[in-house]
Design a protein around this ligand. Structure first.
Ligand code: CUA
Length: 349
């Protein structure tokens, strides 16, 4: 309702829920403000000191029932608002199993999106205040759950799509994710919502939501052209996508394939992928399962666990193994880490 005042569309499955809570909080706060001010003004006139009043202030008794009602009532109200917010939060954090996963890499001062087929986002040339900007465009299908797996190459960034009412920080050295379903075809602006240096305010991206079938076709066309060796500079672009000199190097491999290559060279000496025991634990069917550590604690093997195991291998050592794995800190780029994570993920089934 209030979003209508600034003409902000509700273009995701969570937008309605976010807005209704926001509307309630805003209107309730406004109402409370007027009630308090009105009472203040009324009492000022009603109880102002008259000439006939005695010099001493009368003694006022407490009113346990009234006070108790106010305290308990406010407590119930606050917990109700908390529950309301928690429902919306849960809807955002629960990623459906069939979600389309896309890697997001933030850096000063642009974004890179990598699809599971190895395709990177193409850039749009946009002129902002006389400056030519290469703005990466993320294309996603309508009505299909999306999971953005995000990390930063340098400092904190925050991925914010106002029309979807979603926002999530990107943290260097760790993964965060954002899950949503776009419900309306169109183009939406992405902002960076965490101050990250000189060009923070220019750290734009676009999200283009297309019909599900159109999305599949768009990807299929690119995959075909890749196989045929046709330059993918503007292959299968939706709309007016153009290639840019700043576009990331496009590898012809998917993240899983790139991850396997890296794994075979750097990890396979110590880790099998078929359950065979080597120096280190096998990585077959590890992702998404609980792993028991030396000290008996159990951890969930998710994206962050794998990343941490690469960077700080002796921090969480699997039960029955020695802390002898070397660190890969500084030796792998974020994209390479993403690839290895994608490969280990693919071994889960
Ligand atoms: Cu990136 Cu602000």
């Amino acid at each position: 309702m209030l979003a209508n005042f600034i003409n902000l569309r509700q273009a995701s499955s969570v937008a309605g829920q976010v807005d209704s809570l926001f509307d309630f909080l805003t209107l309730f706060s406004a109402l409370s403000f007027f009630v308090v001010i009105a009472a203040l003004v009324y009492f000022t006139f009603k109880y102002h000191r008259k000439k006939s009043d005695p010099e001493t202030t009368p003694y006022i008794e407490g009113h346990p029932l009234l006070e108790g009602t106010v305290v308990v009532g406010l407590f119930i109200l606050v917990m109700g608002v908390f529950y309301w917010g928690w429902l919306g939060y849960k809807a955002m954090r629960n990623v459906p199993a069939n979600a389309l996963e896309i890697n997001v890499l933030g850096r000063q001062w642009t974004w890179d999106f990598e699809y599971t087929n190895g395709r990177h986002s193409e850039n749009l040339k946009i002129n902002v205040n006389g400056r030519d900007l290469a703005v990466p465009q993320l294309v996603i299908p309508k009505d299909r759950p999306i999971k953005l797996l995000m990390t930063s190459q340098d400092v904190l960034h925050s991925f914010f799509i106002p029309e979807f009412r979603v926002k999530q920080d990107l943290v260097p050295g760790s993964y965060s994710y954002l899950s949503f379903t776009a419900t309306e075809v169109g183009e939406y602006q992405v902002y960076c919502a965490e101050y990250c240096g000189l060009d923070h305010s220019m750290m734009y991206a676009k999200v283009k939501v297309v019909e599900s079938a159109e999305y599949d076709q768009w990807q299929k066309k690119w995959e075909w052209e890749k196989q045929l060796g046709i330059s993918d500079s503007d292959a299968g672009s939706v709309g007016k996508t153009v290639a840019s000199g700043e576009a990331p190097v496009v590898s012809s491999k998917t993240p899983v394939e790139k991850g396997k290559d890296l794994f075979d060279v750097r990890c396979a000496v110590c880790h099998s992928v078929d359950g065979t025991l080597k120096i280190g634990p096998s990585l077959k069917a590890v992702f998404g399962h609980e792993v028991e550590l030396q000290d008996g604690k159990k951890v969930m093997a998710d994206e962050n666990y794998i990343r941490e195991s690469l960077m700080d291998p002796t921090l969480k050592v699997v039960k029955g193994f020695q802390p002898m794995m070397p660190t890969f800190k500084g030796q792998l780029s974020d994209e390479e880490v993403n690839s290895i994570v994608a490969y280990i993920k693919s071994l889960a089934n």
